[in-house]
Design a protein around this ligand. Structure first.
Ligand code: TXA
Ligand code: MG
Length: 310
C-alpha cells in the first residue's frame, strides 16, 4: 500500500505539471490529464495521434465535483445510484460555468463523464483538485490496453508515468449512454444493455454505427490489431489465428480461447489481451468462431466488427 501511495503521489506530481499519466480503470487503462487545462489535454491528443474532433471522457471522484461541470437529471440519478462507480459513461449537458477545456468536448455543449471503479484511480481522483480527461491509453484506432505492459507497448517511454493498478477487471470500454434528450446508447460496453433497460424500465435505443454518427470514434476502424479479421468462421487455415469462445478437446498452436466454458463475461475480459497477443505474432489474418450475439457477446461481436473494418 505504501508503494501505491508513493505512485499516486508521483502521478499527482506529473499531472500538476500539465503532463499525461496512464491510469488503471476497471474497463481499460486511460491516458489522463487535467480536464480543466487545455495545455494538458492537448498532450493526450498528440500522444495518441487522436483527431481533435473526437471528444474525451472526463473522470470524476464524486457527484458534487461532477455537478460543477454538468447538468444532471432524473435518469442520470437512477443509473448513477445503480451502477456507479462502474463501467458506464453518461453524456450530459455542459454547464455554462463549467471549467472543462473546450478541447475535451470539441467545443460541444455536452460532455461525457464517468466514475471509474479502480481503487488507485479513485484515490488519485480524490486527491486532485480537478477531474481527469482520459481516453483509452492506446494509439488512435489501435487495441485498448488492459495492463501496464499494454500501455508500455503502445507508448514506450513517451509518457511520463503509468500508474500500475493490475489487469483491468472488465477488459473492454464503458457503455456510453446519452441522457441529453431521450436516453440513447451510443456505445455498447461494460454494462449490458438489458441491465440498463431494466433499471430505466424501457427499451433504450442503441444507435448503431453508420446510422447517425454521434460518437466520432464509432465511425471507422477501431480496436484494430492491424490484420484482417473474419467472423463466424468454422475452421482456420494454418497461417490464420483462430479465436474461439470455448475450449476444445483437440487444440492447435493457432487456437486462442476467450473462455474455458463459453462464459461471455470472461470472454469480454480476455478479448483485447488475446487480440494483442495475436498481433505480436506473424499471422496473416484472424478468424473467429461464431459468438452468441447476447449480453457481452453482443459487445464482443461489435468490437470485432470494428476491429476488422476496412
Ligand atoms: O471505459 C472507458 O470509457 C475508457 C476508460 C479509460 O474510461 N475510456 C474510453 O475513452 O473508452 P475513448 O476516448 O477511447 O472513447 C470515448 C468515446 C469516444 O468514442 C468519444 O467520441 C465519445 O466517447 N464521446 C466523448 N464525449 C462525447 C460527447 N460529448 N458526446 C458523444 N460522445 C462522446
Ligand atoms: Mg478508445
Amino acid at each position: 500500500m505504501n508503494n501505491n501511495l508513493a505512485n499516486i503521489k508521483k502521478s499527482i506530481f506529473f499531472l500538476n505539471k500539465n503532463e499525461c499519466v496512464a491510469i488503471p480503470t476497471e474497463t481499460v487503462y486511460g491516458l489522463a490529464a487535467n480536464a480543466y487545462s487545455s495545455k494538458s489535454v492537448k498532450k493526450i491528443y498528440s500522444l495518441k495521434k487522436r483527431p481533435r474532433n473526437n471528444p474525451s471522457i472526463v473522470h470524476y471522484s464524486n457527484l458534487n465535483q461532477l455537478k460543477k461541470d454538468c447538468e444532471i437529471n432524473k435518469n442520470f440519478l437512477i443509473l448513477y445510484k445503480k451502477f456507479c462507480p462502474g463501467p458506464i459513461t453518461f453524456v450530459l449537458k455542459l454547464k455554462k460555468k463549467s471549467r472543462i477545456s473546450r478541447i475535451v468536448t470539441n467545443n460541444k455543449k455536452t460532455v461525457a463523464v464517468r466514475f471509474p471503479k479502480n481503487k488507485l484511480t479513485q484515490k488519485l481522483l480524490k486527491l486532485l483538485k480537478y477531474p481527469l480527461a482520459a481516453p483509452s491509453a492506446n494509439i488512435s484506432t489501435k487495441i485498448s490496453p488492459v495492463s501496464k505492459d499494454d500501455v508500455k507497448e503502445e507508448f514506450g517511454n513517451k509518457i511520463k508515468f503509468i500508474l500500475d493498478g493490475g489487469r483491468s477487471k472488465i477488459g473492454l470500454e464503458s457503455t456510453i449512454i446519452s441522457l441529453v434528450d431521450k436516453p440513447r446508447i451510443l456505445r455498447l460496453g461494460g454494462i449490458e444493455r438489458t441491465k440498463i433497460n431494466k433499471v430505466l424500465n424501457k427499451n433504450i435505443k442503441y444507435d448503431r454505427i453508420n446510422k447517425k454518427i454521434t460518437v466520432p470514434g464509432q465511425s471507422k476502424l477501431h480496436y484494430s490489431p492491424g490484420i484482417p479479421i473474419k467472423l463466424n468462421t468454422l475452421k482456420p487455415k494454418s497461417n490464420e489465428a483462430f479465436i474461439l469462445i470455448k475450449k476444445r478437446k483437440k487444440s492447435y498452436k493457432n487456437y486462442y480461447y476467450l473462455s474455458k466454458t463459453k462464459n461471455l463475461k470472461q470472454a469480454a475480459k480476455n478479448l483485447y489481451k488475446i487480440l494483442r497477443m495475436i498481433k505480436n505474432k506473424n499471422y496473416k489474418s484472424i478468424v473467429v468462431e461464431r459468438i452468441p450475439n447476447i449480453g457481452f457477446g453482443e459487445v464482443i461481436n461489435e468490437r470485432l466488427k470494428r476491429a476488422s473494418a476496412k
